[in-house]
Design a protein around this ligand. Structure first.
Ligand code: SF4
Ligand code: SF4
Length: 156
């Protein structure tokens, strides 16, 4: 499978030497492993702040590629989709998947061997069972008051 994210020509292990805030746009985008987990709807307990993951996916998520169907102009369809940046990671890290590369680097951890920047192929994310391929339901098909019935453990 071809990698939908352009990771060619980047410096070897640049993420180990460069802080997130110093990365250029290509380096930043290439950190995404393409797991699709951040595109699943979450349920947050207002009292405890606890976040539960559901298998109910954003309307734009492609369940097979685990990619956004309209990434470049997604805000036309999903205005509140978050644009993750180095300066808003502090705000968002708490709900991001445990294996998300942005979260891992933000907390000072290494990227796992299955990350495409290390394995050289996007397929390794699916082979490692990290992605949401084949496990999602569209938010179009499940009413919001039933999402609680679709809470899942994070694939990891
Ligand atoms: S959870 Fe992180 S690594 Fe996975 S698709 Fe979302 S931004 Fe990319
Ligand atoms: S709009 Fe695209 S990137 Fe944003 S949550 Fe939906 S599928 Fe993911």
């Amino acid at each position: 499978m071809s990698d939908p994210i352009d990771r060619k020509g980047l410096k070897d292990r640049y993420w180990e030497r460069k802080p997130l805030s110093a990365m250029n746009q290509r380096e930043w985008e290439a950190l995404c492993d393409g797991c699709g987990k951040c595109c699943l709807n979450k349920l947050e307990d207002e009292d405890t702040g606890e976040v539960a993951l559901t298998r109910i996916a954003c309307r734009l998520l492609d369940d097979d590629s685990c990619r956004c169907a309209h990434y470049e102009n997604r805000h036309q369809f999903v205005p509140d989709c978050i644009v993750l940046k180095p300066d808003n990671l502090d705000t968002h890290a708490y709900w991001m998947p445990q294996t998300c590369a942005y979260r891992l680097l933000w907390q000072g951890d290494a990227l796992p061997d299955w990350h495409p920047l290390i394995s050289g192929t996007a397929q390794s994310v699916h082979d490692a069972g990290i992605s949401v391929r084949g496990i999602t339901l569209s938010e179009f098909d499940v009413p919001q008051d039933e999402w609680e019935e679709h809470i899942i453990e994070e694939p990891s």
